[in-house]
Design a protein around this ligand. Structure first.
Ligand code: HEM
Length: 413
């Protein structure tokens, strides 16, 4: 009996709806798989994912957030040429360039700064819920999940809240340039947004001497090293804004749908708030918002017995690794008592592991339980097209997610 060929196609309706059977098949039959249609090697087993991210000599982070390395169309490049290069930033740099940037950013993005945000995050969560609590129905992505991480980031970076809608639009354009699946005309519009976003941050740096993270980054010094230049800081800011909001947004939507689909687990968390931290880790493991990111193979190598040529573009598949049955018992079971914080790879591993993980965890630990507390009998809304998935190649989440809840009298907050 011959089985049908493996088709890795993250944007197909079936794989958007439920990619996990395909990942299981990849791990079983072709753990290092060449997806010809995408010119991409997909690494799906946990041990191999770790081997790749630990071997930075062989696997470079160049193009770490580009699903495709095909050159962008000339009109798009022409627009981008009116701004600054999009790289290197933290995510896509290697070696000394990365070490220096990471050290400088770590000086500004401290655990103390994150801890100090807790009160503001609680206020922001409640203020956002207040705006729709009496409506009985909302698109939670539009009304809450985009806004919360953007409130957090603008508070932290010292940027006006009024700029949030524009920053959000620019971030989406940035991702569309990285994905490069839109028409040339649309990509040209996105490229204009990218350049405008770059100019926005270059302007924001003028005369910055505050207490916010942006000012601290500009002032950060490392012994024997150059301070960060405005151009480098601009790329870091954009990196933080994009990495810090599209991921948390998706985790909120993924968390809600996963908890609603597992009412016993939801009930366990509502009965025992001590389970909240483990629930957050389990949501991240079970429905990883960053499904995978990319590496470039510097020199021909062999991974799990498969030869990979120099120059190959490779996807380290966090979401598949997080379902690897060799590492996580009953890996397809959502279990809020599972202890996987140190093991799961939803935040990556190694030198590029997520710098914002503590901030992401803090927001999710506050937001997810609070939504259930404030919106009684929270449930998925009835009707067609109430849960629409986002179509970003390497991310998993919702573009629209309609929920309903009981409204008996105006909420007092
Ligand atoms: C649930 C939310 C989040 C998820 C799932 C997530 C996931 C990841 C992953 C998988 C990486 C590793 C990239 C690689 O190895 O190529 C990463 C890196 C990074 N993340 Fe996050 N992230 C989240 C939230 C955040 C937040 C809130 C921030 C900041 C405000 C942030 C900033 C960064 C930065 C700057 C890097 C690059 C680190 C480096 O290359 O040294 N992330 N993230």
């Amino acid at each position: 009996m011959t089985s049908c060929p493996i088709r890795f196609d993250p944007l197909s309706p079936e794989q958007l709806a439920d990619p996990y059977p395909l990942y299981a098949r990849l791990r079983r039959e072709a753990p290092v798989f060449y997806a010809e249609a995408h010119g991409l090697w997909v690494v799906s087993r946990y041990e191999d994912v770790l081997a790749v991210v630990r071997d930075t000599e062989t696997f470079s982070s160049q193009n770490a957030v580009r699903a495709s390395v095909r050159p962008l169309p000339q009109p798009v490049l022409d627009v981008l040429a009116t701004g600054w290069p999009m790289s290197p930033t933290l995510t896509d740099s290697d070696g000394q360039v990365h070490r220096r940037l990471r050290l400088l950013v770590t000086k500004a993005f401290t655990p103390k700064r994150v801890a100090e945000l807790e009160g503001r995050i609680r206020e922001n969560v409640d203020a956002l819920i207040d705006e729709f609590a009496d409506d009985g129905r909302a698109d939670i992505i539009e009304r809450f999940a985009w806004n919360l991480p953007m409130f957090t980031l603008t508070d932290m970076l010292g940027i006006p809240r009024a700029d949030i809608p524009t920053l959000h639009r620019w971030s989406v354009s940035w991702l569309r340039i990285l994905q490069a699946t839109d028409s040339v005309e649309e990509l040209v519009i996105c490229a204009r947004d990218v350049v405008t976003m770059q100019r926005y941050f270059m302007d924001e740096f003028q005369g910055r001497l505050g207490e916010d993270l942006m000012s601290s980054l500009l002032a950060a010094r490392v012994a024997g090293g150059e301070p960060i230049s405005h151009e480098e800081a601009m790329r870091v800011m954009i990196n933080l804004i994009i990495a810090g909001h599209v991921t948390v947004t998706r985790s909120i939507g993924n968390g809600l749908t996963t908890l609603l689909a597992h009412s016993d687990q939801l009930q366990a968390v509502l009965n025992d708030p001590d389970l909240v931290p483990a629930m957050v880790e389990e949501v991240l493991r079970f429905e990883s918002p960053a499904q995978g990111l990319f590496r470039t193979v510097r020199k021909g190598t062999v991974l799990n017995g498969v030869e990979i040529p120099a120059g190959a573009h490779l996807m380290v598949h966090w979401a598949s690794a997080n379902r690897d049955e060799q590492v996580f018992g009953e890996s397809d079971v959502f279990d809020v008592t599972r202890d996987s914080m140190a093991t799961h790879v939803a935040f990556g591993k190694g030198v590029h592991a997520c710098l914002g993980a503590p901030l992401a965890r803090l927001q999710l630990k506050i937001a997810l339980p609070r939504l259930f507390e404030r919106l009684p009998n929270l449930r998925m809304a009835a009707g067609a097209d109430t849960a629409v998935r986002d179509t970003i190649f390497f991310a998993r989440g919702f573009k629209r997610l309609e929920i309903e809840w009981d409204v008996h009298e105006p909420s007092a907050g």
